[in-house]
Design a binder for this molecule. Structure first.
Ligand SMILES: [Zn+2]
Length: 182
């Protein structure tokens, strides 16, 4: 339920090797606004396109693309993968730039960055403005096309072995607590 309220679009991480938690996105999916089934979107670019228009044109199964409401879901929402729910209407990344999402080691949140066409990593709108100013080649690129809002990490799909940083309880305290309780 929370899913639908958040946004119908979701990239997520894979856990092919469960001992090493994957921290990069390998699958893009959107939820059909009519049948609520999850459809896999093949490329990041296509996913960004759908996400940017989510408010005006909510995603629905498209018969033209050979997907109809009676086809089974491509993927089910469950804890075999870590799911990230995107905020709706994040603009499409400008041509040549790359939006990068990195999941923190403790799975607490993601961080959003942009890489410029020259490979420079930018973390804020100020850095982007400075880059555009010193590179007039990109003067037509709009600042509003950059959005640093990361997707939400879905708590119920975080792998069990991930060590969460719990404020005020250090590792040693946790161990001690365990010891004390046995
Ligand atoms: Zn559908």
């Amino acid at each position: 339920m929370a899913l639908k309220e958040q946004s119908p679009a979701t990239p997520k991480t894979s856990r092919k090797n469960p001992r090493v938690a994957a921290r990069s996105i390998d699958t893009y999916t959107v939820q059909c606004n009519k049948c609520s089934k999850w459809r896999v979107i093949s490329t990041e670019e296509e996913y960004e396109e759908i996400r940017s228009k989510m408010k005006e044109s909510p995603y629905v199964c498209d018969r033209k693309l050979g997907i109809s409401w009676d086809d089974p879901a491509d993927i089910e929402y469950n804890a075999t993968r870590t799911w990230l729910i995107d905020r709706p209407s994040i603009p499409k990344t400008p041509q040549g730039f790359k939006r990068s999402l990195v999941l923190r080691r403790d799975f607490s949140r993601m961080d959003a960055y942009y890489f410029t066409p020259t490979g420079k990593k930018l973390r804020t709108h100020n850095e982007i403005a400075a880059f555009i100013e010193t590179n007039p080649k990109y003067q037509d690129v709009k600042l509003s096309a950059f959005n640093f809002t990361p997707p939400k990490v879905m708590e119920d799909t975080i792998p069990e072995h991930v060590v969460r940083k719990i404020p005020s309880i250090g590792k040693s305290n946790k161990k001690k607590a365990l010891k004390d309780s046995t």
